[in-house]
Design a protein. Structure first.
Length: 364
């Protein structure tokens, strides 16, 4: 008996060691590469616009306003355009893209479905409900913080109701969560439509602008709203990467290794909902980022969440930056909302996934 056990133990340790070496090797290559791409796209996106500023001057302007360079002057207007108009928009775009990419990767892992996205739990509908309440009451004009506050409250309310409806005997079955999310999202969308039917035309126009998903007019105040929740919640969800790997094996397997699936899903639901609520509150409803970015990255680097989550975080930022850059330049001096660009790109990809699944007979 001892002869049979020792080789198995040795082989298991060897496999675990090989697996760790492989994941660290991928992390050492993939994450720095994506960070480099993100930095390049950030500089490019900040420099390009109706008034183009050379890349070198763009970097110098940012460094000067951070107190790292002194006694440098630039062409009139450049400093205001770069640091007070474009750069806060770019930083907000990075944060929103990171939030949506992270939430998408986590949702797909939790539901074991590559077609899942942050809106599956009705969080986006909840944010829309909160936003329309703020618009209808007219308080969104009193402070820049009121719209994000109401949108976040609506999103978290939706997540809380979904959690209550889907809980069953201390457990949270995946199908219950999906069905509860659909029901809550549909209900809140109906309430939102009912409120809009009594709203003034200018209020309806404001809400429609918000639902398109746009980063136009974002300021440093928006960065302040988003930066702490995005960093904290993303870091916490990274901590759950191993648990998500275990959940992929199924309920019984997760329990057999000491993981509490219900408790894990509750925490993941909470922090991913906060992430989505934060993103939607500052940018409006932006579709498909949380769907296509994690899906593509999973195809490229594999399903291990220890690598998938940070890669989806960076990938979401890169993707949304590029979409926002396209929206700002394709019809210049006009502008298309970033939500329009992501939908134009994401909808055909979504149909491609459905068609491929149908041909392969795979249930997504």
């Amino acid at each position: 008996m001892s002869i049979n056990i020792k080789p198995k133990i040795h082989r298991k340790k060897t496999n675990n060691l090989t697996e760790k070496v492989e994941i660290y090797y991928k992390l050492a290559i993939v994450i720095p590469t994506m960070l480099f791409i993100l930095i390049i796209v950030t500089i490019f996106s900040t420099a390009i616009g109706a008034v183009s500023v050379p890349f070198r001057d763009t970097v110098k302007i940012i460094l000067k306003n951070w107190g790292l360079l002194k006694d440098i002057t630039f062409k009139e207007g450049w400093e205001s355009i770069i640091f007070y108009v474009r750069f806060p928009r770019v930083i907000t775009t990075i944060l929103v893209g990171a939030a949506l990419g992270t939430s998408g990767a986590v949702m797909q892992g939790m539901f074991r479905n590559p077609m899942a996205d942050p809106g599956i739990l009705g969080v986006s509908s909840g944010a829309g409900f909160g936003a329309v309440v703020a618009i209808y009451l007219g308080i969104y004009t009193k402070s820049i913080f009121f719209m994000p506050l109401f949108a976040s409250a609506g999103a978290l309310l939706a997540a809380f109701v979904v959690f209550l409806l889907s809980s069953k005997g201390g457990k949270i079955p995946v199908m219950n969560m999906i069905l509860s999310g659909m029901a809550v999202g549909t209900f809140l969308s109906a309430i939102t439509t009912a409120i809009l039917s009594f709203a003034r035309s200018d209020q309806v126009k404001q809400f429609l602008f918000w639902t398109v998903g746009s980063l136009n007019g974002t300021r440093w105040e928006d960065v302040k709203i988003a930066v702490i929740p995005v960093i904290v919640c993303t870091s916490i969800l990274l901590f759950f990467s191993k648990d998500l790997n275990i959940l992929l094996l199924g309920e019984e397997e997760a329990q057999s290794v000491g993981l509490n699936p219900a408790r894990t899903r509750k925490l993941i639901l909470l922090f991913s909902s906060i992430l989505t609520a934060t993103a939607v509150s500052v940018s409006g409803a932006i579709s498909f980022v949380g769907l296509i970015v994690p899906h593509i990255i999973r195809l490229l680097i594999g399903p291990d969440h220890r690598l998938l989550i940070p890669a989806s975080t960076l990938g979401g930022s890169i993707f949304l930056l590029l979409c926002d850059l396209i929206g700002r330049t394709i019809v210049a001096p006009g502008e298309l909302g970033v939500g329009i660009i992501t939908s134009i790109i994401g909808a055909p990809y979504f149909l491609f996934l459905l068609n491929r699944a149908r041909k392969e007979g795979v249930a997504l």
